[in-house]
Design a protein around this ligand. Structure first.
Ligand code: NAD
Length: 473
């Protein structure tokens, strides 16, 4: 879809419950055509200070009334559902995902807010005797700086906002500069729903993220993004001992045992790797297949890759959109070229399909191994290297031979055996006969360099709290 020559009014940040006039703006690109279609505000240092101060003063009241917080989060979920069409269309335009998937993200965003509203912050009594009572309570931390990436801008924002607010914290949220608009809109639609200052939405580039993590007001950083940035965030947090939850990259393996059901595994593996055009932190990024199944499985995956409809997310029937941004597209092209130079054989895809839009065909390759960049690094795009193994111990050792450890899956007709193999994998989430199932009530987070702490469920909320032990005599 070509973008109109005139652009809509700049979107506004939300500071202290009100729209904040933009001092400067930057262009947001539609990856389906490579054209700037809207302007986003560039937050100044003074505006960030104002957002932090607003969140700090809102904290004093927000922390007090747990029931009001629960009701506000349910109302927030309702408003998100009411605005689903607007939010989804912004997501498709700035992120590139098909409209149906964008709607799923918006409804998932509402569902996560509803779920957060119901999480119990139980007081644990560890002793109640003649000597006195000892309780362990969970107290909010204060202001949370929340920073998100460009692949699931709304969903990943509410993984932070929902539990942080439920626990009584207030939030300053920054989306990725590649996908700021749906998040700015979220801030706008929640203005009347949350008390002023409880959720401030700022907008800008990487420098703004660094200002946030070094800022003296937040007591917690909740960050989702790359390992390289995560390390910078951890270093910034260490300066004044801010708490930090880091949800970082993955290079997730799937291991297909010799007894796996070929066709159902092929369907699950394909979408486990290519959903959102591979731009999912926990997508399958390396596939290890038992040698007896490899040829048939590769053929089945290649049929799917050739049949899938890729295109502008607003077109009917489109299943895969473009890569989100030029830099990421160039990285995918580079990794594929490097693998080809090192002897990889392509079974599907391998090329850009468009001069303007950032489309890259779903790509399958074999004859690659550890030591080639596409296997060793996170591609975060629509490319899957397929490798074979003979012994399961060998596959597990190769799967674990990485600094990353976000998630992994094992595929077998014998689910118990699959679970036994999964127990050997060094990762935060392991699936058997599925990949990418993520639910609000179970923790999600990475082992090794893939992260610190978790999001979701009561475990996620606990990361936004400080334990307070109360001794009463
Ligand atoms: P990124 O690290 O480049 O950027 C993420 C966010 O951090 C952006 O908002 C960016 O502006 C901000 N930022 C950049 N430099 C900063 C700094 N010095 N201090 C503070 N903030 C800074 O990541 P990306 O390219 O937007 O996202 C892709 C990466 O995110 C992939 O590695 C992917 O695996 C990972 N990811 C992880 C999860 C998870 O839950 N583990 C989920 C989605 C994406």
């Amino acid at each position: 879809m070509a973008e109109p020559a005139t652009r809509p009014q700049p979107f506004s940040m939300t500071l202290d419950g009100a729209p904040e006039p933009a001092v400067a703006t930057f262009g947001v690109i539609n990856p389906a055509c490579g054209t700037v279609f809207a302007d986003a505000p560039e937050c100044t240092r003074a505006q960030l200070d104002a957002a932090m101060e607003s969140a700090e003063s809102a904290f004093a009241n927000w922390r007090r009334d747990e029931e009001a917080r629960r009701q506000a989060l349910h109302s927030a979920a309702d408003v998100v559902r009411d605005e689903a069409d607007t939010l989804a269309s912004l997501l498709t335009r700035e992120q590139g995902k098909p409209l149906a998937r964008a709607k799923e993200e918006v409804y998932g965003t509402a569902a996560w807010l509803d779920y957060s509203a119901g999480i119990e912050l139980a007081v644990e009594v560890v002793e109640d005797s003649d000597a006195g009572r000892i309780e362990v309570r969970r107290r909010p931390l204060g202001v949370v700086a929340a920073i998100t990436p460009w692949n699931y801008p709304l969903l990943l924002a509410v993984w932070k906002i929902g539990p942080a607010l439920l626990a009584g914290n207030t939030v300053v949220l920054k989306p990725s500069p590649h996908t700021p608009l749906a998040t700015l809109k979220l801030g706008e639609v929640l203005r009347g729903v949350l008390p002023d200052g409880v959720l401030n939405v700022v907008c800008g580039g990487d420098q703004l993220g660094a200002w946030m993590t070094h800022h003296e007001i937040p007591r917690k950083i909740s960050f989702t993004g790359s390992v390289a940035t995560g390390k910078k965030v951890a270093a910034a947090a260490a300066i004044d001992l801010k708490r930090a939850t880091l949800e970082l990259g993955g290079n997730d393996p799937a291991i297909v045992l010799a007894d796996a059901d070929l066709e159902s595994a092929a369907e699950g593996l394909f979408w486990g790797a290519f959903q959102n055009s591979g731009q999912v932190c926990s997508a399958i990024k390396r596939l290890y297949v038992h040698e007896d199944l490899a040829e048939a499985l590769l053929a089945s995956l290649a049929r799917r890759a050739s049949a899938v409809k890729m295109g502008d997310g607003f077109e009917d029937g489109v299943e895969l959109g473009p890569v989100n941004n030029r830099c990421q597209l160039e990285r995918v092209v580079e990794l594929v070229e490097d693998a080809r130079d090192r002897g990889a054989i392509l079974h599907a895809g391998g090329h850009r399909t468009d001069e303007e839009g950032y489309f890259f065909e779903p790509t399958l390759m074999s004859e690659v191994a550890e030591g080639v960049r596409i296997v060793d690094e996170e591609q975060f795009g629509p490319v899957l290297p397929v490798m074979t193994f003979t012994e399961i111990d060998e596959a597990v050792a190769r799967a674990n031979d990485t600094t990353l450890g976000l998630s992994a899956s094992v595929w077998s007709a014998d689910a118990e055996r699959g679970a036994d193999v999964a127990a050997e994998l060094e990762c935060g989430t392991a699936w058997v006969n599925q990949h990418l199932s993520i639910v609000p009530n179970a923790p999600f987070g990475g082992a090794k360099w893939s992260g610190i702490r978790v999001e979701n469920g009561r475990w996620g909320v606990e990361g936004f709290t400080q334990l307070q032990t109360l001794h009463v005599r």
